[in-house]
Design a protein around this ligand. Sequence first.
Ligand code: ADP
Length: 478
Amino acid sequence: MKEKAFRNNSWVDAHSGKTFDVLNPSTGKVIARVPDQNTDDLLDYIKDADWAFNKWRSLTAENRSNFLKKWFRLIEENKEDLAKLITIENGKPLADARAEVSYSAGYVEWFAEEGRRVYGDIIPSGSTSKRYLVLKQPVGVTGMITPWNFPSAMITRKVAAALAVGCTTIIKPSEETPLSALALCQLAQQAGFPDGVINVLTCSKGNAPAVGGAMCNSPIISKISFTGSTYVGKILIKNSAETVKKLSLELGGNAPFIVFNGADLDLAVKGVIAGKFRCSGQTCISPNRLLVQCEIHDEFVEKLKGAVSKLKLGDGMDSACTQGPLINRASVDKVLEHIKDAVSKGAKIVLGGKSPGQKSNFMEPTILTNVNVNCLCCQDETFGPLVPIVRFIEEDDAILIANQCTSGLASYIFSSDISQIWRVSEKLQTGMVGINDAAISAVQVPFGGVKESGYGREGSKYGVDDYLNIKYLCMGEL
Ligand code: ADP
């Protein structure tokens, strides 16, 4: 565990000497104090990352790939320690934290390979005396602003892609979970990355808007990749106008999870447990609204109730626990507000509904039925362990409800009718569709959304595109 920020391969304090506390959401206790850096500190980061860029971009792709492969192996070797850090700063059960570290390492390995396959093009010429060529070049110094729900994987998914193609990186992790970012840097240092290639600036919630604003205003930072709320994503878009900064935005979702008559209900229940209750519902692709067709509604609710009642709340370090705390009390209050609102509009609590104490960060897994589509929990992303169930009659009703929102990240369909699966998948306005499956994330596939869920894709062969400029060369007089 490091309690310093990381710049130019050195462990540094804030210029101001200030620090902020990192809390364990399960106990509320302070687990670390890290530098509370600000825009003055950022200037040094930009200078170092810019200097490093010219050297890093000049290496061969194979050279860069070798650094990434070493980093990958070190992450794998230190999996247990990294998982424990995730659990104490984020709260998720240790088993989930271990899975996150593997997933996180997977991105480093994937982009170590993909970075070697960045091909240009030769375009058939429009003239016998000219030749047209396309080069792909790294965009430059990149800023990464990351969330707390996957403190490790949301960093490697961006950083490994950027590094692989020759960009340098300034990471600003969430104030809730900076320790995983710093631990990744310690391993990057051991892997021997050159100075200034990978850097972590830590700052409190209070300093985040100014630091984010200065990143957007910097003419040297050529790209910002952000994962977080739609609210902050829109601020970044506005702040980036002045420098016409490139952005990749992975913002909030409001995933519909549709269960049709004739679906395998046990499979659908398994899907809800895997998708909704991973990280206690605090993932952007978490099913937010369940739309269940009337014929199978009651049977499905019974089965789901049985499975959800087996979940166990507790401290993530306890091996029996399947549900850790939420990240902070504000998150619990939001879930409670969504429940209260739904109940006031006629919803029925089938299971859960409470938080064990007024200050507790824990929230009971909750199922609501009879939910009206106008409720807050259908309109807004709950980001907690709440399953609101809406009953529908016709397929078209489900599609209409599913698309009636401003976000479009993930959606899920459970059906055994192949024609229906194609029909509905093509009509859903989301960047990703899980079909009879809710575990859709993988390093090989493009992760990202449409509508207000953002733009850009992470992971997969497309993941490097966000860090590359296309340059066209026209050779004349041949
Ligand atoms: P959440 O509400 O889930 O914490 P946020 O979007 O607030 O999500 O946070 C995601 C990341 O954005 C964090 O690293 C946070 O510090 C950062 N952040 C918050 N406000 C701003 C801002 N105004 N500009 C740039 N980054 C910000």
